[in-house]
Design a protein around this ligand. Structure first.
Ligand SMILES: Nc1nc2c(ncn2[C@@H]2O[C@H](COP(=O)(O)OP(=O)(O)OP(=O)(O)O)[C@@H](O)[C@H]2O)c(=O)[nH]1
Ligand SMILES: [Mg+2]
Length: 199
């Protein structure tokens, strides 16, 4: 994908309504600190257009990045961050849920899981919820640069089994440091966007 233009077009808070967007949306979900904003920056070829957290819990809004007047990358708030209040957790959860239930343009949903660890209880709940709501998420295993190459297959298996993914589920290993996996993600996005255009 050649990035000709990008614009953080809409920032959606707890009380704001969702935008009625004209282009397909590609959304990124995952626990706090897993690397959603870093991945979005890597996809956009920017260092810090999407804000990256030194402290987790940075993205507290739903951010819609308009790419080339063609599609949106959607940065969702992270779940499972221990240091926010129960009330906030609930509100963010509701916000994510509301988006996933109501977006008319959501085309592809990526669920990010840290490749270093087995999926957490929160990750499993999120995956199950997503599937129950009719989506077939693509998994991105983040922070690939943090493990040895020899550990990769074992860690991917841990994710596959830990989430009990549906048969045929794609898992893409990715690193925002080495950018490994970036092209594969764009290819997948472009294929689904193009498919839709041909209708
Ligand atoms: N080594 C390495 N670090 C990463 C990678 N991706 C993200 N990080 C680091 O992990 C931390 C969190 O990254 P973010 O992109 O802000 O994570 P997030 O999922 O957007 O977090 P929230 O907005 O809190 O939900 C930052 O310190 C990043 O630099 C990666 O692929 N490799
Ligand atoms: Mg973020």
């Amino acid at each position: 994908m050649v990035i000709k233009s990008l614009n953080l077009e809409t920032v959606c808070g707890i009380t704001s309504g969702l935008p009625d967007n004209p282009y397909p949306e590609i959304a990124f979900a995952g626990k706090s600190n897993v690397g959603k904003s870093s991945l979005i920056n890597a996809l956009m070829n920017r260092k810090s257009y999407a804000r990256i957290s030194a402290t987790p819990g940075k993205t507290q809004t739903i951010n819609f990045y308009n790419i080339n007047e063609e599609l949106y990358l959607v940065d969702l708030p992270g779940y499972g961050y221990a240091k926010v209040s129960e009330k906030e957790k609930l509100q963010w959860g509701k916000m994510i849920e509301r988006y996933l239930r109501n977006s008319k343009q959501l085309q592809t949903l990526f669920l990010l899981i840290d490749i270093r660890h087995a999926p957490s209880a929160n990750d499993r709940t999120m995956y199950e919820w997503i599937v129950e709501n009719g989506y077939r998420p693509v998994i991105i295993a983040t922070k690939l640069d943090k493990i040895k190459r020899s550990q990769k297959d074992k860690q991917l298996k841990l994710i596959r089994e830990g989430l009990s993914v549906l048969p045929g589920t794609v898992i893409i290993p990715f690193s925002s440091v080495s950018k490994q996996g970036r092209e594969e993600i764009w290819e997948l996005v472009e294929t689904t966007v193009l498919q839709r255009r041909s209708f």
